[in-house]
Design a protein around this ligand. Sequence first.
Ligand SMILES: [Zn+2]
Ligand SMILES: [Zn+2]
Length: 233
Amino acid sequence: MIEIKTLASSSKGNCYHITDGTTSLLLEAGIKFRDVRIMLNFQTSDIAGCLISHEHKDHCMAVQDVLRTGIDTYMSAGTAETIGITHHRIKPIKALESFEVGTWKIMPFNVEHDVAEPLGFLLANRAGEKLLFATDTYYIRYRFRGLTHLLIECNYSKAILDQNIIDGVVPKVMRKRLIQSHMSLENLIDFLTANDLSKIQEIHLLHLSDTNSDEALFKRTVQKLTGKLVFIA
Ligand SMILES: [Zn+2]
Ligand SMILES: [Zn+2]
C-alpha cells in the first residue's frame, strides 16, 4: 500500500516522501534537509533514493545534503549540469528509460517546463500500484493506464490569473511565462478527462500558487469531475 507524505509543496519548496511499505523514496529536495529530517521524525536512513524533476531551487536546494547523507539521487544529465554538481551518488537518468530502486520500477518521461531537461515520473511497485508524479509542467503529452495514485501540479486557474491581472495584483508579463511552464486547473481537467482513472485511489494536487489559486475550488472541481479522494498538498 502506497503512503504519501507531503513535506512541502509550493514555489517556496517541494518535497514528498512516498513508500510502498518496503522501499521509501523522496520526490524532490526543495526544502532544507534539516526540515526533512524533522518532519520524518529522523527516520531518513531507510530512504532508498531521491528523484529530482528539474533544477529550480524549490525542487533541489537540499540536493547536496541529500547526497552527503548517502542517498542515491536520480536526475537528468541536463538537470545535473545546470545545477552544476557532480557526485558519485548522482544517477543520471533519461526520459523513457526505466530503472529500479528497491521495489519500485520508475519510468521518467519528458514534461513541459522552461528548464534544461525536466522529467516527470511513473512509479510502479510489486503490488501493482502505479503512482504518477508530475509537477512544473503546463501540459502532459502522455496518456497513462491503470494509475492508482496521482501527484500532479495544479498551480493556478486561468480565470483567477486573468482577474488578478485586471486587478493589478499580478503583472501582465508573468502570464506568458506561467501558461508555458505551470499546470492550470483547466489543463489538469483536460488531462484527467483524457486518462483512465478507473483504478485511482487518491489524487494529490501539488504546487498551488499563493496568488492565482483557490484550494477549496480546485479540490471541489477535481472531486466532482473524478469522484475520487482529493488532497491539496
Ligand atoms: Zn517549482
Ligand atoms: Zn520549476
